[in-house]
Design a protein around this ligand. Structure first.
Ligand SMILES: Nc1nc2c(c(=O)[nH]1)N[C@H]1C(S)=C(S)[C@@H](COP(=O)(O)O)O[C@H]1N2
Ligand SMILES: [Mo]
Length: 404
């Protein structure tokens, strides 16, 4: 029964499709329309391999980031090592940016295949060509929307970035797996085969660029893109990274600002002398003024803010341990904890601390940074700072905490 189905499927996939009349074979469809000796299976295979590695790393680190921000019930993320998210998200953005030159080179090498003749030999050929089109479209979408997002240029995106970027990633990875399945033999051959004699890239269309020259150019482009941007998270390189959207050392109090108090509309509520931090728990409710917070045991921790956009910056934070506040009102140590901002709207006005983070000795409601009172833009009167957590969950202008 199963074998019968499989035979029928194989027969269907190999069913020849009608061949269009040769008179339609014009322009780029002509035999010999593309003559660059660089457009070989071997070059395409190597570029595909690098692209696959970069894309795969980008996909996995993206899943981690998405999991932390929208955790399914089974998901667990530790609070140590404190800088792990900084690394995974740095890798996510760096590998995504490396895909820009790799993808351009790969598309340049393979785009004549758009014009193969006949357009589809059989059903299998047609399916694999459609999968490639889906792959190209989704890969371009992922890279372009990612770049727009780290450039904080949301205007051209008529959709919600996070949702579109997440679901398109699954479409891209699915199409990539189909593509790898279809091409794996060719890649094996290309990678094993010794390179053809240097005479190969000889036609005028290659402008004298050799295969080694092409690889060196692509490699150099990846290197330049990486060095020019990675300083936003690898702080010693920050001066070498003119294309980085953020310099981690530029901003008030030695730290970039991602959402200002003015744009969040919290200035008035944050400066109000009647401000009280509300701490909820089974044993009651605390209402703490700024002076009350300052009179509690203070701790100073060195922790980075690691934004999903790929920049990160280290700072010394001073404040009260979240677990000390929770213990005062008897919150269960196994409980998730909800942090709420003074901010009225906005996607990031609340966040949830899972128990490993809520109970970590490094997790603070900080009222000072780098030895100064937190300014309004960094979250005055107090903000959350916790180890190994995306910046978007480091809630500023905290108004209330309690069990989730
Ligand atoms: N209430 C609130 N907190 C917030 C945000 C926000 O929009 N609203 N943005 C977050 C993001 S995306 C980041 S990266 C950090 C940046 O903190 P900073 O501006 O102090 O560097 O704050 C986080 N806390
Ligand atoms: Mo962020």
């Amino acid at each position: 029964m199963l074998r019968g189905t499989r035979t029928r499927l194989t027969a269907l996939l190999h069913r020849p499709l009608p061949r269009p009349p040769d008179a339609w074979r014009r322009g780029p469809f002509r035999a010999g329309a593309f003559r660059s000796g660089l457009r070989t299976e071997r070059v395409a295979a190597w570029l595909g391999l690098w692209l696959g590695v970069a894309f795969g790393l980008c996909f996995l680190t993206g899943l981690i980031s998405h999991g932390i921000q929208h955790p399914p019930a089974w998901f667990w993320w530790p609070s140590r090592p404190v800088g792990l998210y900084r690394v995974t998200q740095g890798v996510h953005v760096a590998t995504g940016l490396a895909c820009v030159p790799l993808l351009l080179a790969k598309l340049w090498v393979v785009y004549p295949k758009l014009f193969v003749w006949p357009p589809a030999r059989d059903v299998r050929h047609a399916v694999s060509r459609i999968a490639v089109l889906v792959l190209i479209a989704s890969a371009i979408f992922q890279v372009a929307s990612g770049v727009l997002n780290i450039a904080l240029w949301y205007a051209p995106m008529g959709f919600f970035f996070t949702v579109a970027h997440f679901w398109t990633a699954w479409i891209a990875i699915g199409a990539l797996l189909v593509h790898i399945g279809a091409e794996i033999e060719g890649v094996r051959r290309a990678v094993r085969r010794p390179p053809p004699a240097p005479a190969a890239p000889s036609s005028e269309d290659s402008h004298g660029l050799t295969r080694r020259g092409l690889f060196a150019t692509v490699g150099a482009a990846v290197g330049v893109v990486t060095v020019a941007t990675v300083g936003q998270t690898l702080t010693p390189l920050s001066r070498l990274s003119p294309l980085a959207p953020r310099r981690p050392d530029i901003g008030s109090q030695g730290l970039p600002v991602n959402k200002s108090a003015a744009s969040a509309g919290v200035g008035e509520a944050a400066r109000d002398p009647a401000y009280r931090l509300v701490v909820d728990g089974p044993d009651g409710q605390l209402e703490l003024s700024i002076d009350d917070l300052r009179s509690m045991p203070a701790h100073t921790v060195e922790l980075p803010i690691a934004c999903v956009e790929g920049w990160s910056a280290e700072a010394d934070w001073t404040g009260v341990r979240v677990r000390d506040l929770l213990d005062e009102v008897g919150v269960d140590p196994d409980s998730d904890v909800r942090i709420e901002s003074l901010q009225r709207g906005g996607l990031f006005r609340t966040s949830v601390l899972a128990p490993p983070h809520a109970r970590d000795a490094l997790t603070l409601l900080a009222y000072a940074v780098n030895g100064e009172t937190l300014n309004l833009d960094h979250g005055f009167p107090c903000r959350l700072i916790a180890p190994n957590r995306p910046g978007v969950l480091q809630t500023k202008w905290v108004a209330r905490i309690g069990p989730a």
